[in-house]
Design a protein around this ligand. Sequence first.
Ligand code: FAD
Length: 443
Amino acid sequence: MRVLVVGAGIAGLTALHTLREAGVDAVALEAQPVAGGRLRSERRAGYTLELGAQFFFRGYRATFALCERLGLLPELRAVPRSAALYQRATLYPIEGAPSWRRPWLSLERARAFARAHRHALRRLPRLVPTLLRHRARLTFTDQRSLAQLDHDSFAVYARQHLGEAALEQLLQPLVSAMTLGEPEDVSARYGMVLVRAALGGLFTLESGVSTLTQRLHERHRERVVLGTPVRRIAFRQGRAVGVETDHGLHEADHVVCATTASAASRLLPSLFSPLKALLAAVTYSSSTQLFVGVRGALLPAGCYALGLPRASGSFYAGVTDDAVKSPHLAPPGHGLLHGFTVDARAPQLASLPHDALLHALTEELRRWLPTLPRAPALTLVQRWPEAVCLASPALLVQRRRLGPGLHRVVPGLKLAGEYLYAPSVEGAVTSGLDAARAILESS
Ligand SMILES: Cc1cc2nc3c(=O)[nH]c(=O)nc-3n(C[C@H](O)[C@H](O)[C@H](O)COP(=O)(O)OP(=O)(O)OC[C@H]3O[C@@H](n4cnc5c(N)ncnc54)[C@H](O)[C@@H]3O)c2cc1C
């Protein structure tokens, strides 16, 4: 049996790995000159720049199991739970886990935070019964219906149940930092999955989460063909029979299409209407990342993230110091600032040439971190026109309509990609596993 996987992001690499472990003759074709898709990094001047995904959540069971199979579990680390939030021109530190060495400081910070956010916090406990009642289903890979949570946007749900202050001051910054979109764009269910996941804390691998795709690529290097865009998935009598690249037709018994939904739409002919409807319901946030290598730390000591609510007027959802996430990502004594935008707040960024964009991003960062050096050790800009799938209520409806029958709609064709579950590395890994297992079961 021969399988061709289109795309070597984490979904495609997981499918490739699972198939090859089962002894299947499988090959992945990747359009870009590098593997990893939106889970990849670049090494520059001693820094590791995580261009896409930044962290794992505690509930990433399939991802952690994959890390274990690859011998990566010893590299797993909890990210410090220290953040700060801007509110009305003041920076409020938040400590997810109080410091027992300096309990008075933690207490003082908690008091100041509670005072400034009292309206926002007042109705927040109302989330608890919903989180407890649905905790088993508020995961990245559970597809079962959750009634109202499936049909409203997170913004509508939060405004109705928790009030405007909770939405704007606390929940919007959280959801925007994780989706690079707005709470209006995502379903209440996805928002609640993110809230639940964030309570469990963040995790990274010592050399960054993209070590996962690097390790998979290393394992199957000779089976990942880079720089080879697939132009079309080929069909004969309604069955997928291979793919067409610039070098011609490559025949296969099964094709796994592990691209973004928009790329999948272009590769599939219009006759498969249930799949087309699913793919058409997928929308993405778009985001620009600015990385700045600096000597020392510019965020408050030990602080990983700075959240910028949209009311602050910034196009950044937030800024992190990735050297706090893992000191292995920057040279000793250096910080690695990473600003990530919600591009929808600043459409003008999309048309700027590189230097003007770099200037706009740097100056906006300086507004929040005035001591940002004029000549930093490193700067890099990465644009993601399709950053994170937004999991709107419309997408949930289409996905549920297809249910587990997704892999039987078109003989010989399996879809994989983050958009098939609550969008995340975990969703992508699970979709790759599903596609591989469906092939193994059918043979
Ligand atoms: C800035 C940013 C931050 C994020 N932060 C997090 C986070 O902290 N935690 C988290 O869980 N998730 C995060 N995500 C989301 C996460 O990165 C994605 O959900 C996940 O990596 C998607 O994997 P995928 O394999 O489904 O898609 P992709 O990674 O997009 O892989 C698809 C691959 O297909 C290739 N391809 C496309 N068309 C073709 C073609 N015609 N022929 C051949 N190849 C093709 C592409 O080049 C790509 O390599 C973030 C994403 C971004 C952009």
